[in-house]
Design a binder for this molecule. Structure first.
Ligand code: SF4
Length: 441
């Protein structure tokens, strides 16, 4: 991921902790629509962000020949099995794909375009570190069909950027946007981060003002810092916790993001995303949360194909290369979802689009979804976290802040919630919402 990290939301179900011991074959034939999305992960960076927990390779791009060939092999292994699918949105992320050399970009992503069918108007987003675009790599991305850019901005405050070990500045972001616009790439997303050392509500307000009033990307995503062990931030945290915003401050920053975006006429499209208007929402996110198959390729990529959820091995695992050389997918674990798990997955992911269409879900699963989770919906409606209007369940603004907890209520009770806490604690959290302003950070 280009300069971002975990946030309190779920993009997969069941979680890794549950499926880690399974290795079941992908059931390619099990799919109800030809439209799907595609993710290609190239975990390669030129420096490590202060909060990074990923096993990204830090190396000169010219030395990535073997790694690129292996990802191309994986593309080949999928291509025959997904001939009847059509990609309607793709995210090519990292790492930092914009650090690849132009010829590597054309070689890798051009290969994906040749081997996998993309719809004529597919949204194709690439993750870019501000300051790493140039005339050559932009043209290489465009030649592969890229029409949307996601910038890992995180913050526009110079001191905070130094802690992140990211070499951005307002000028660099402006210049990179200008360069992209000169090449006709105007559909831009910004990733912003709250919880950076020394960040305050005021400094985040300044960043948001610059973003939404001056830079005006079509779309912005908010990420909430979780300090992970063994990172630079974890070492800083041990020395001085005071440098890090507490939960109360993060709640206020969360409000600053949405209030500032609304002030400049942006619309919330999920509990952590805004767009200039709903037509400019991320199609990749939208379809992902609607439950479309996600053909995910590359080390550590997490995919969902033919009702099978899978996680790939890392580059660092020698089996990754061994399997690909033997023409096998580099899958670490894979799990075929039951009908009940598919339903839970649809609710858990679907809520991120802020609403669930009951009619659609009832007909997909052949049951009454409202009745099926009767006691949970009752609790959520009573606490004004969900509202029912005709056949649509809407997440209220208070519900958006608690989505993380709400999602875990739909977990099967065989699943241990690990770092999310235990189900009882979560229910208690929601039951205590009298004036629901809690924040799931
Ligand atoms: S070091 Fe690379 S993979 Fe890690 S957070 Fe930064 S950009 Fe993402």
């Amino acid at each position: 991921m280009e300069g971002k990290l975990m946030s309190p939301q779920f993009n997969n179900y069941p979680p890794h902790s549950f499926m880690k011991d399974f290795k079941q074959p992908i059931q390619y034939e099990k799919h109800s629509r030809k439209e799907c999305i595609n993710y290609i992960h190239v975990p390669y960076c030129n420096e490590r962000c202060g909060y990074c927990i990923l096993s990204s390779v830090i190396r000169d791009a010219s030395k990535l020949g073997k790694e690129i060939e292996l990802i191309k092999k994986e593309i080949d292994l999928y291509s025959d099995n997904i001939k009847d699918r059509e990609v309607v949105a793709a995210l090519w992320g990292g790492g930092t794909p914009s650090l690849l050399l132009p010829e590597q970009i054309e070689d890798l992503y051009g290969h994906a375009r040749k081997k996998i069918k993309f719809s004529e108007h597919a949204e194709i987003t690439v993750e870019v570190k501000p300051g790493t675009l140039n005339n050559e790599n932009i043209e290489a991305f465009k030649a592969c069909g890229v029409n949307r850019i996601s910038f890992g901005v995180q913050t526009l405050n110079e001191e905070e950027l130094k802690y992140c070990n990211r070499n951005n500045s307002v000028d660099i972001v402006y210049n990179t946007m200008d360069l992209a616009a000169k090449h006709g790439l105007n559909d831009i997303n910004f990733d912003l981060l709250i919880g950076i050392p020394t960040q305050t509500v005021e400094s985040f307000k300044t960043t948001c003002e610059q973003v939404f009033s001056h830079l005006r990307p079509n779309h912005a995503s908010l990420y909430i810092l979780i300090v992970h062990p063994k990172t630079y931030f974890a070492r800083l945290y041990e020395k001085n916790k005071e440098m890090f915003a507490g939960d109360e401050t993060k709640k206020r920053m969360y409000d600053v993001f949405f209030d500032t975006a609304a002030k400049y006429n942006y619309t919330a499209t999920s509990p952590l995303n805004v767009a200039k208007n709903s037509a400019l929402r991320s199609k990749y996110q939208y379809y992902n949360w609607k439950g479309y198959e996600r053909i995910a390729i590359g080390p550590e990529a997490i995919g969902y194909c033919g009702e099978t959820q899978y996680i790939n091995l890392s580059w660092r695992d020698e089996k990754y290369e061994e399997l690909l050389n033997a023409s096998e997918l580099p899958v670490k674990c894979s799990y075929n979802l039951s009908k009940d798990e598919l339903l839970r997955r649809s609710v858990i992911l679907g809520l991120q689009n802020l609403e669930l269409n009951l009619e659609e879900m009832n007909s997909t699963y052949g049951l009454d979804v409202l009745n099926h989770f009767d006691s949970i919906w009752k609790l959520l409606i009573e606490k004004q976290l969900i509202e029912k209007k005709e056949n649509i369940l809407h997440l209220t603004p208070s519900g958006r802040k608690l989505l993380y907890y709400i999602q875990t209520l739909f977990y099967d009770n065989r699943i241990e919630l690990g770092q999310q806490g235990i189900a009882g604690v979560i229910i208690k959290e929601i039951e205590h919402v009298n004036n629901p302003v809690e924040f799931a950070g």
